[in-house]
Design a protein around this ligand. Structure first.
Ligand SMILES: [Zn+2]
Length: 608
């Protein structure tokens, strides 16, 4: 069972602000925020209105020459913006997908998602012509439209649309791809996810769901870690029998589609979609794979020595450097509230509202999706899902997801076209709040605790920077191999994972083929190079946290960053707050904080 009633924490934290008392609601309140139940007649009404609105838009504009008439285009864009801002359009799907996050075995919700998606896709397909017609304009006409004052609010939106249009297919082809995407991709990844979350292992006489068991590894004693992990690996090897087919299917699907759309490299579509450039992605991967991996390998050497072993097992790579700090959820909440309020009153209030209104689902449960996430959509309450256990990492996860939530709340002030984010800036915001929470706690800690905390921060940074770039390299190799050789077996997928895990962990960590089977449950490997955004975000937020530590007036820049949403390219958002990501050495110098931490930690343990 999860440690809902943890031992008294050895961790002391003195809040610097006066925190108002709260009554916390620890589960999502979907009933009052979405629908009373899956039988709520409002669901059908909302879907029907969405369908009717899309069809009316199509009927009104399909035959008009809006692409060459500025006044008409401005009007059509305004209508389109209004549709994007109508919360009830996305409410039914959002409700059912939140339900499946709470219970992956919720078959009622699964079926509804599939049925509603089909209806809404059919309706929104009717409006595909709009973007496609605009995309067909020649470069000169596009350039002219971008200069029109009447279209100024839509300039960046159009810019992105034109850039994406270069990879559009015909309307009929787009429709077919849309119709086939669920069974070519989504259903496959859902399958593995569902199998993983519904399998159980027996540990110390208790039956524990796999996602929860994986969360538990880090809180086990040193020697128990490997025992628990081996129990998990038995399941992963079995699931690999189907995950192998899943991987081959989804990678082949993506490669085929990329070829049709004329994307040159496996990650070209990702860089464009993230409002980033291939050049900065490549600079980042090169900086981390070279300088970054040297740092992590060096750290694990010192760490193995510190634990008095020649090599660490893979399952022991996150072993704490001292008595693990226990943090009950109430204390994690106290720390985060204090930090958020002291950085900016609004941030504290955003958190308090989410806590009291049932927007944060706290505890692990059988059937619940593993890990943690934040979900925001125009006009809806922001939802955060956690699987809280009582370690420091869970505090950081809370800070991380709340960073996303605060970013979403700040950006919600933009037009529905611009209230989202590139995943890169999203991961910057989330890890920035992790950093701020860490620094606040660290500043209050005694010397012994600091040694442990510094070590843990290094581990966190490595698992966000080096580990994610190792995953990037795994994904790239899988894409290239399946494309070249026609497929990969489960055994080969595990070997590939093993090789790249070794590349960042080095010789001081013993990585076996069994460990490579972790490819089965790392769902992020299925997200199309999504993993690089984590490394990117943390490197940027390390720079920002350093600025804030030096001068708290930097909060003005931080707030500007949080409010920017997706109003411009990633490089421009960073440029506005004084970070130039077009220079390759920005990434190398962003590793400086980690490098300094490792040197400091080695000095601290040498004194013992
Ligand atoms: Zn995140």
């Amino acid at each position: 069972m999860p440690s809902k009633k943890p031992k008294t924490s050895s961790f002391k934290y003195l809040p610097s602000t006066n925190l108002p008392k709260l009554h916390i609601q620890e589960t999502w309140d979907l009933k009052s925020q979405y629908y009373k139940s899956d039988q709520d007649p409002q669901i059908e009404k909302d879907i029907a209105l969405t369908e009717a609105t899309f069809l009316a838009f199509a009927k009104k504009w399909r035959k008009k020459a809006f692409a060459t008439n500025v006044k008409q285009l401005a009007e059509a864009l305004k209508e389109s913006e209004l549709m994007a801002g109508t919360a009830t359009f996305s409410k039914p799907l959002r409700y059912f997908s939140l339900r499946t996050a709470l219970n992956t075995g919720d078959t009622v919700a699964d079926k509804q998602i599939s049925l509603i998606s089909r209806r809404l896709r059919k309706a929104s397909d009717e409006t595909l012509f709009f973007a496609l017609n605009l995309g067909k304009l020649d470069k000169k006409s596009q350039g002219k439209l971008l200069k029109e004052t009447a279209l100024a609010p839509y300039r960046y939106y159009l810019n992105r649309l034109f850039a994406g249009a270069a990879h559009h297919l015909t309307e009929a082809e787009e429709k077919i791809i849309g119709l086939k995407s669920s069974q070519a991709y989504g259903r496959w990844t859902d399958m593995t996810d569902k199998i993983v979350s519904q399998r159980h292992i027996t540990w110390k006489g208790q039956s524990i769901a796999l996602p929860e068991a994986m969360e538990m590894i880090n809180v086990q004693p040193f020697t128990d870690k490997e025992k628990l992990w081996q129990n998990i690996v038995v399941e992963l090897r079995q699931i690999s029998e189907v995950a192998e087919h899943e991987f081959n299917a989804i990678i082949t699907d993506v490669r085929t589609e990329d070829e049709l759309r004329g994307y040159k490299k496996p990650y070209s579509a990702t860089a464009l979609g993230y409002q980033d450039s291939e050049a900065s992605l490549e600079n980042l991967v090169a900086a981390v794979s070279n300088e970054g991996f040297k740092l992590s390998r060096d750290f694990y050497k010192a760490k193995a020595k510190y634990h008095g072993v020649a090599t660490l097992n893979y399952s022991q790579r996150n072993e704490s450097a001292g008595a693990s700090v226990l943090i009950p959820f109430v204390q994690a909440v106290e720390v985060c509230r204090d930090v958020f309020y002291s950085v900016h009153t609004d941030y504290g209030q955003i958190f308090d509202e989410m806590l009291t209104r049932g927007q944060i689902d706290v505890w692990p449960k059988a059937g619940k999706t593993g890990g943690a996430f934040m979900s925001a959509q125009t006009g809806h309450p922001i939802n955060v899902m956690l699987n809280h256990v009582t370690d420091f990492k869970s505090l950081e996860t809370l800070a991380h997801e709340m960073g996303h939530a605060i970013h979403a709340a700040r950006s919600a002030e933009n037009s529905p076209f611009y209230d989202g984010h590139s995943i890169i800036t999203a991961e910057t915001a989330s890890t920035l709040f992790e950093n701020l929470v860490f620094d606040a706690v660290y500043n209050q800690a005694d010397a012994a605790t600091k040694t442990v905390m510094l070590h843990d921060r290094i581990l966190r940074d490595i698992s966000t920077i080096q580990r994610q770039i190792a995953f990037f390299n795994v994904e790239l190799e899988i894409h290239e191999t399946i494309n070249r050789d026609g497929g990969m077996s489960g055994d080969e997928l595990a070997s590939c994972m093993q090789k790249h895990l070794t590349s960042y962990l080095g010789t001081a960590v013993h990585v076996t083929k069994d460990d490579g089977y972790s490819y089965v449950y790392v769902s992020h490997l299925r997200y199309g190079f999504y993993v690089y955004s984590y490394a990117y975000g943390l490197l940027m937020s390390n720079l920002m946290a350093t600025h804030y530590q030096a001068d708290t007036a930097y909060i003005a820049k931080i707030d500007q960053f949080l409010r920017a949403g997706e109003t411009k390219l990633v490089k421009d958002i960073y440029r506005d707050i004084g970070i130039d990501i077009t220079k390759p050495d920005t990434f190398t110098s962003a590793l400086a904080r980690l490098k300094a931490d490792i040197i400091d930690w080695k000095k601290l343990i040498a004194k013992r």
